[in-house]
Design a protein around this ligand. Structure first.
Ligand code: CO
Length: 211
């Protein structure tokens, strides 16, 4: 009997065939290099595949995913991706895309222990503390979780602006924009939260590096 993972390898061979049928030079072209215009910072959730929901093809989007699409300033993984995307690939847009029904965000709203992941969820709890007055006032738990997802994205956008990587790009007049989006699992629609952090003036002065 075919094992479940074998289906993936079979699919891959089919995909290669399909691509080559459309364009015999497809892989040759891709192998030459990448110059994506976008950096996507999304959730690891299997229901939010970056390329599929944005209609982008291989080569168009540099992708970083973690639980609850967090921009943690001491996370070497995130910082390395961000640095390479901004300084080498020179992406024009960084998109932080959260999603409703995010398990990480919902877990961070509660007090249950989940193990090691609690240390990651701590970063999301810190966002809750910043917005606790607004969030605690929302009685309906589902609506509160939705709002929490949104304010979490807003904070991650600001956290990108707080990095020296993004601030130096702005200082050097690099064409770089940061966006906060949220994907709705229920209908597949992505909404722009319009929380673009346009420059260091949008940040608290304590975070503004000297120019
Ligand atoms: Co999630």
């Amino acid at each position: 009997m075919e094992k479940s993972y074998e289906r993936l390898l079979k699919n891959n061979k089919q995909w290669v065939e399909n691509q080559l049928a459309l364009d015999p030079t497809y892989f040759e072209q891709l192998a030459k290099g990448q110059s994506p215009e976008y950096l996507w910072i999304g959730c690891s959730d299997s229901r939010v595949p970056a390329n599929e929901i944005t209609g982008t093809k291989p080569g168009e989007m540099f992708v970083h995913r973690n639980i609850a699409n967090m921009v943690v300033h001491s996370d070497m993984n995130l910082l390395s991706v961000l640095s390479y995307a901004v300084e080498v690939l020179k992406v024009k847009h960084i998109i932080v895309c959260g999603h409703y029904n995010c398990g990480g965000v919902i877990a961070a709203m509660g007090n249950k222990q989940y193990g090691l992941i609690d240390n990651w969820l701590r970063h999301i709890k810190d966002v809750y503390r910043m917005y606790h007055a607004e969030l605690d006032a929302i009685e309906d738990e589902t609506l509160r979780a939705r709002r929490f997802v949104e304010v979490n994205v807003m904070e991650q956008v600001l956290d990108l602006g707080k990095t020296s990587i993004v601030q130096n790009a702005w200082k050097n007049k690099q064409d770089l924009h940061v966006h906060g989006w949220v994907y709705d699992i229920h209908d597949g629609i992505i909404a722009d939260l319009d929380v673009t952090c346009r420059g260091i003036d949008d940040l608290h002065s304590i975070y503004q590096f000297d120019i």
